[in-house]
Design a protein around this ligand. Structure first.
Ligand code: AMP
Length: 393
């Protein structure tokens, strides 16, 4: 059965087609600059990467071209071969604790939640509508980045703000990267060969979040109402004293939107280093003796360690810490510094085993108090799995 995982942005459409239940990737790619000058797309097929330019006035035209490529490359014989299309949705609010079929009522709720994810939810709806128009026979499903975090108890998801705000204005912790945290949890439990586990899952990429997972269910997570909470990220500040916001808005006469841009796009590693949001550039800067790059990485690592320590206490111990996403899967140096700082808990790094990138590996020593793993994440596969499950049910 052929299932498509899609992630629609305001001007982009990423896709990956799977043969399910074998979980074999048949083709993947991305359409970019949709509705703009110079639109183009890239396809990965049989280990080859093909780049093409095309006129893409809207997402529907991108879907039409995608279907044409699937047929031309003999991935499918006709539209009827596409059994399901799973759409990634950033914000599911308190409505959704699992993936569901994209009914009109579901789409209305995703639309209603657009105020909480103004850049993402409207784009995802455009993607669903385009997919419905071009592939009407496929089962359309929606997979929420927030769903895995819906098991977080009230004392962890509420902010200490006026109590009514959570009901009247939906102000609470929703978290993000839930699809990734869920995938990592399943994979880690599979490796440990049990479900009654205490895990700390670290999704550290350009955006970054850490979750405390008890017996397969999320107990707490570092992202909040929006993805700008918790860890220091590429360009996001993560946790700060909230009163800095009105203070600096008054001092610099900034509008809410200008302040939002600073907090989300000009802070984090970029804001501190003044060099880059990319941890590879920060590491290169450190090698050249750049003190602000050194400071940025120190702060970045400190915050990760703080969250791991907090969740260790909250979980009442920990069976495994898992690193995933761009930095977690690839940065030998960030992993090393985090684990070294956890020495007080008896966590010990196997320095040689840590010298890996992008593959499943245990990187702790056998006498480490907590196992530490690197597990590459696969959000697209989770979307395909959930879509298959919904089709079968
Ligand atoms: P993601 O958001 O998961 O795609 O992660 C992207 C980020 O991963 C980039 O911005 C880099 O900071 C980081 N990254 C990717 N490759 C490496 C690497 N080899 N070493 C350190 N950081 C890396």
């Amino acid at each position: 059965m052929k299932i498509l995982s899609v992630n629609a942005g305001s001007s982009s459409l990423k896709f990956q087609m799977y043969e399910m239940p074998d979980e074999e990737v048949l083709i993947s790619g991305v359409f970019e600059r949709i509705g703009m000058e110079g639109s183009c797309y890239t396809i990965k097929l049989n280990g080859e990467k093909i780049e093409k330019t095309a006129s893409l006035p809207d997402h529907k035209s991108a879907f039409e071209l995608l279907v044409k490529e699937l047929i031309d490359n003999k991935i499918v014989d006709s539209l009827d071969d596409i059994a399901g299309i799973g759409h990634r949705i950033v914000q599911g609010g308190s409505y959704f604790d699992k993936s569901v079929i994209a009914s009109e009522d579901v789409i209305d709720k995703i639309d209603e939640l657009s105020t909480l994810a103004p850049l993402h939810n409207p784009a995802a709806i455009i993607g669903i509508r385009a997919a419905q128009a071009v592939v009407p026979g496929a089962v359309q499903t929606v997979v929420f980045d927030t769903a895995f975090h819906q098991t977080i108890p009230e004392e962890n998801y509420l902010y200490a703000l006026p109590y009514e705000w959570s009901n009247d204005y939906k102000i609470r912790r929703y978290g993000a990267h839930g699809t990734s945290h869920k995938y990592i949890t399943m994979k880690m439990n599979e490796i440990l060969d049990r479900e009654d586990t205490k895990l700390i899952t670290c999704h550290i990429g350009n955006g970054a979040s850490i979750s405390a997972v008890l017996n397969g269910k999320c107990l707490n997570t570092s992202m909040g109402l929006t993805p700008n909470a918790g860890l220091i990220m590429g360009t996001r500040c993560g946790d700060i004293d909230a009163t800095i916001v009105p203070y600096m808005m008054e001092t610099l006469k900034l509008t809410a939107s200008e302040m939002d841009t600073i907090l989300n796009k000009k802070s984090g590693l970029l804001g501190i280093s003044g060099v880059s949001s990319d941890s590879r550039d920060i590491e290169a800067g450190i090698k050249e003796g750049n003190k602000r790059c050194e400071l940025a990485q120190k702060m970045y690592v400190r915050r990760i360690v703080d969250y791991i320590a907090k969740y260790y206490v909250e979980l009442g111990g920990c069976d495994a810490i898992v690193f995933t996403a761009g930095v977690g899967e690839n940065s030998v140096s960030v992993r090393r510094q985090v684990i070294e700082a956890l020495d007080v808990l008896g966590v010990k790094l196997d320095v040689e085993k840590n010298e890996i990138r992008g593959k499943v590996q245990k990187i702790s020593t056998n006498d480490s108090s907590i196992k530490v793993y690197v597990i590459p994440t696969d959000e697209e596969l989770m979307i395909a799995r959930d879509t298959l499950e919904l089709i079968n049910s």
